[in-house]
Design a protein around this ligand. Structure first.
Ligand SMILES: CC(C)[C@H](C(=O)O)[C@@H](O)C(=O)O
Ligand code: SF4
Length: 482
């Protein structure tokens, strides 16, 4: 039986050579590109008179700056227009596939790759974006990279990297009703810390992860970087296969699918795999989580008290005090009842079809609270089309949500979707740093899509388990056109 982890195996298969620096040069199977981090790298290539080495393994989309309301060109914001035009020029010059808004495929880079079947098990995937770990949900080694590395990959389709250690995170038991993948990863980060994963790649497994759908696994892997890990992945299995079978990449090519499936099975970490560290988390004890501070690690179960900074380990006290001064929460009290001004259902963490369905079960037949501004920003045009085909847009609109066009939107406020003043936002995204959502006094509470929906209708942080759910979970991949 193999003692290798998937990480070791896939790394070795992609290693071109070891460099004098001690780093390994790895072949890159998929290079994803977006409008914010690519222009400078394309510029560097142009300066040296180099061409894109493998346009066939490069794929672009526009997500961070695209407006989610009026998308007529030129965009109202000059900086957005210029980034978009530059991406259009760069992909046109290099014959790179581009999910332009006119194609019906545009969306957040970490949503479009998996939904089109571009992201596959046993691949190396890179993107100039820190949440590239999302693609690890498929058993790919997926890394966020910086500008000079984007340049290197454009020019050579390889990258120089150091190998990390592997920590297995085993989530045991079964999740309670109302507890989701988002709560799992927020709990993991709370327990291990935002820098607990430094020097590691996380392999997520155990019964809770095995029982998750692909969307849930993507949510977990997406936030690996918020826990300090260089990447995160899940071993591929039948759930992975079922997702991929229905994508553009394989829908009409069952033979290629079967061939690759053998490879995918061969790379799984063996039952005797040796890890540098193993951590076990009791999944049955996880509660719906909500952040009280300004890092993704500062969260509590919704019924648990917000910690008193004095009760925390010494190194965390000042940070916690400053965070609580910013958010205005009261130590010793639970987050329940904390008033919310904005509800944001979006981002590469939680804006896939399953997330929207999940939130819709809370929203159906209810109305957004009078003091709340609520928006749904689907992760991609395909997510939006599928959601519209089953009437989810109407569920949200009827309740008083705005139904927007896809993009990163209020996750980081690089377009017009921003908090105003010290507004409090219940958000399904992944970062709650000061100023993250466009206003430096703004306050972000990270939580699951269900919890965002519950906050939207009640106007305050609410334990979603207290609200009855309407409708059933109709998650049947056969109905969906990815
Ligand atoms: C703009 C981009 C470089 C950034 C990242 O790398 O993560 C963004 O996606 C984010 O989430 O903050
Ligand atoms: S949705 Fe948010 S976290 Fe994801 S890529 Fe966009 S800005 Fe980054």
């Amino acid at each position: 039986m193999s003692q290798h982890t998937l990480y070791d195996d896939v790394w070795e298969r992609h290693r071109v050579r070891t460099l004098p620096s001690g780093q390994d040069q790895l072949f890159v199977g998929l290079h994803l590109v977006h409008e914010v981090t690519s222009p400078q790298a394309f510029g560097m290539l142009e300066e040296r008179g180099l061409e894109v080495a493998r346009p066939d393994l490069t794929h672009a989309t526009a997500d961070h700056i695209v407006p989610t309301d009026d998308r007529s060109r030129p965009y109202g914001d000059d900086a957005a227009e210029s980034m978009m035009s530059e991406l259009e020029r760069n992909v046109g010059d290099s014959a790179i596939a581009f999910d332009h808004p006119d194609t019906g495929r545009q969306g957040i880079v970490h949503v479009v790759g998996p939904e089109q079947g571009l992201t596959q098990p046993g691949m190396t995937v890179v993107c100039g974006d820190s949440h590239t770990a999302t693609h690890g949900a498929f058993g790919a080694l997926a890394f966020g990279i910086g500008t000079s590395q984007i340049r290197d990959v454009l020019a050579t389709q390889t990258i120089a990297m150091e190998k990390k250690r592997v920590r297995r995170i085993e989530v045991t038991g079964e999740l309670d009703e109302g507890v989701t993948a988002k709560d799992v990863i927020l709990t993991i980060i709370r327990e291990l810390g935002t820098d607990g994963g430094v020097g590691y790649v996380y392999e997520y497994g155990g019964p809770v992860v095995e029982a998750m759908d692909m969307e849930g696994r993507m949510t977990v892997c997406n936030m690996s970087i918020e826990g300090g890990a260089r990447a995160g992945y899940v071993n591929p299995d039948e759930t992975t296969d079922a997702w991929l079978r229905e994508t553009d990449a394989f829908r009409d090519d069952p033979e290629r699918f079967e061939e690759l499936r053998e490879y995918w099975e061969s790379i799984r970490s063996g039952p005797d795999a040796e890890y540098d560290d193993v951590v076990t988390i009791d999944g049955s004890a996880i509660e719906p989580a909500v952040t009280w501070g300004t890092t993704p690690g500062q969260s509590v179960g919704v019924t648990d008290p917000v910690p008193d900074p004095d009760s925390l380990p010494e190194g965390q006290r000042d940070v916690a005090r400053r965070a609580q001064a910013h958010t205005g929460v009261t130590p010793g009290e639970s987050m329940q009842g904390y008033p919310v001004d904005v509800a944001f259902l979006g981002s590469c963490t939680n804006a896939r079809l399953a997330d929207l369905r999940d939130a819709a079960r809370v929203v159906r037949g209810r109305a957004v609270h009078g003091d709340v501004r609520a928006l749904v920003v689907p992760g991609s045009q395909r997510v939006a089309a599928n959601a519209e085909a089953e009437g989810l847009d109407d569920v949200f609109r009827d309740a008083g949500f705005e139904w927007r066009a896809p993009g990163c939107s209020m996750c980081l406020g690089m377009n017009d979707d921003q908090l105003v003043g010290d507004e409090v936002c219940a958000s399904s995204s992944n970062r709650n740093f000061v100023g993250r959502q466009g206003s430096k006094e703004g306050r972000t509470l990270l939580m699951s899509p269900r919890m965002v929906a519950a906050a939207a209708v009640t106007g305050e942080v609410t334990d979603v388990r207290e609200l009855s759910l309407v409708g059933t979970d109709t998650d049947d991949p056969a109905e969906v056109t990815r």
